[in-house]
Design a protein around this ligand. Structure first.
Ligand code: SF4
Length: 294
């Protein structure tokens, strides 16, 4: 196991099997320009679900690694236990918090499956893991987010699940031909079916689905794309997360949208009644940002 810390305070733990866990200080997510506190105490934790990823998205380095297998329940738990060790060390140093394990959510304000792998292909283990987190650490299901590349049947299982788990859909383009190009292994799932499931999720839960949207210059940021997103008429406050394309080696042939264009999308989506944020990229210098895990 190897641990690296970014200049913005993000901590990447790479396990010997090849998957990684990313611990991101909330302060780095909120304002990257402000210095990270020496001992941050609140984090978002990004977990992996598989070793390699069979989905092969062209903008993601994890998709270039040959898929090996799902992580076991033991390995999923190990990602938490390793993280707790990091945080406990900081607690001892600062003497700010000695409350113990039942207050995991004081430190880890959200857990997101946005690391290596497609979590809905390892759903049985992940749901067992969520139940374990809830029993062992009193950690709320609503603070856990599963980010999927879009498998409608599996998304439906989350909607039917007995507890409210957050769901994020990596849509990245509302045009089928472009989505097929950048997410070639998802061709069998038409966008219209994915949007249908988003409507269903939004009907069931107060907290709306998150739509993750990669901003790629002239490919996903056209006026037509923006209008298509608005035309879906998703529920008010559906949460759009615009992700500037990272300059990872897998994406050198493409450019990110300009900051002005990304800001324009944000404003227009907000005017349409959605929530919309631009994702702050953290941990780029240690290859821990979105799409850079390999
Ligand atoms: S974006 Fe997600 S689903 Fe696509 S290849 Fe990367 S890890 Fe897999």
């Amino acid at each position: 196991m190897k641990t690296q810390t970014s200049s913005d305070g993000t901590i990447k733990t790479k396990f010997n099997e090849g998957h990684s866990t990313i611990l991101i200080p909330r302060s780095a997510l909120l304002d990257k320009n402000k210095p990270t506190p020496q001992f941050p105490t609140a984090f978002t934790l990004c977990l992996s679900s598989q070793i390699g990823c069979p989905m092969g998205c062209t903008f993601c380095l994890s998709g270039k690694i040959p898929y090996q297998r799902n992580l076991t329940l033991k390995e999923l738990k190990e990602q938490i236990e390793t993280t707790i060790k990091h945080i406990s060390i900081e607690d001892l140093r600062t003497k700010q918090n000695t409350k113990g394990k039942n207050n995991l959510s004081d430190h880890i304000t959200s857990i997101v499956f946005m690391g290596m792998g497609e979590p809905l292909l390892n759903l049985d283990n992940i749901l067992k893991f969520c139940e374990w987190l809830n029993e062992e650490y009193n950690y709320s299901f609503a603070k856990i987010c599963l980010s999927t590349s879009g498998i409608p049947k599996k998304m439906q299982e989350i909607i039917n699940y007995k507890y409210p788990i957050q769901l994020a859909l990596s849509l990245h383009s509302p045009r089928q031909e472009i989505r097929n190009q950048i997410m070639p292994n998802l061709k069998q799932y038409p966008i219209k079916d994915l949007i249908e499931v988003c409507h269903e999720y939004n009907k069931k839960y107060k907290q709306k689905i998150m739509i993750e949207y990669l901003m790629i210059k002239d490919l996903t940021d056209t006026d037509e794309d923006l209008q298509n997103l608005i035309n879906y008429k998703l529920a008010k406050y559906t949460n759009f997360n615009l992700i500037p394309l990272n300059g990872s080696p897998s994406t050198v042939d493409r450019k990110p949208s300009t900051p002005e264009r990304t800001e324009f999308f944000k404003e227009k989506l907000r005017e349409a009644g959605y929530k919309c944020f631009i994702r702050t990229s953290t941990g780029q210098d240690i290859e821990a940002a979105c799409g850079m895990l390999k």
